[in-house]
Design a protein around this ligand. Sequence first.
Ligand code: DNO
Length: 361
Amino acid sequence: MKMVFRWFAGGYDKITLEQIRQIPGVKGVVTSLLDIPVGEVWPLKRLQALKKEIEDYDLEVEVIESVNIHEDIKLGEKTRDKYIQAYIDTMKNLSQIGVKVICYNFMPVLDWARSDLARPLNDGSKTMAYKHEHILNIDPKNLAHQFDEQSDGFELPGWEPDRLKEMSATIEKYKDITEYQYWKNIKYFLDSVIPYAEEYDIKLAIHPDDPPWQIFGLPRVITSRDNIRKFLDLNKSPYNGITLCTGSLGSNKNNDIPAIVREFSGEGRVHFAHVRNLKFESEKDFYESAHMSQCGSLDLFEIVKALYDTGFTGYIRPDHGRMIWGETGRPGYGLYDRALGVTYLNGLWEAIDKMSRKIKI
Ligand code: DNO
């Protein structure tokens, strides 16, 4: 596995590359060009400059999160081919700077959702939380407004302004889209781009829906073991893979994460892993806890062991962290708690590695 850390390029992060290079065991950053509107080609010159900026700190840039999918592709509109072509052109440019994995999602209109971005915990830290009742009863527009107020002035990934401008109108367009049609739209996208992913040697890694169930009446399908199987079968190329996000899938108690890891990583279809923990407060309510198993409801030892046992050679990053030690910044993406996450994951990996070598001897 290769440990990476999410960093928002182009002045969108207050965490510096200098700080990231000092986290032990981090080999590279996961980033994107946030200012390029969805559907436009990412210019090669910008990408070359980005690569240089990152490599000047001895870090690599082999994973992009995300190249977002234009809504017309998700909706299967006539204009989708133009946006698919732009996606392919972006992939080509990314391949020229050595990118190996693109993380993206197929969530309609919105990306992830939480009811609270800064819930105070007993130890004085703050974290993101999800209360199902709150999401059931809120207009998505008001949620966007609430996020704006709680995000400390940072643009949240997945809640970019260009996406939100048209939000109500776009939600309306999904009224007539059935799940069956949605799956067909996903397949159309995959069959169009995967041959180029193979040619450019870039693996595509879809991110699960977060939370993994329907919200605001929109189709959300990358939610469970069965649906991931269905997704991977839509196009069987090894370049069509997943981002195994433990927190997103893990917020449905029926998803057995170590088993999901064993199955899909065992088949070489997990190209990227987002590893974090969460603590259930009821069936569908949870908050994002510190990474350690004893702090949350997921067993991170079992998850890392499943990755290890299946010979996982992809990229891994700690996921959302709490805000600790008085840090302020983009919710979920502070420096300190994620750095602790890196150290914990590296510790688990080293221990599992050394123990299994001993057992073999
Ligand atoms: C949130 C992230 C998501 C993720 C996208 C991938 O913090 O996990 O926004 O990057 O869904 O496209």
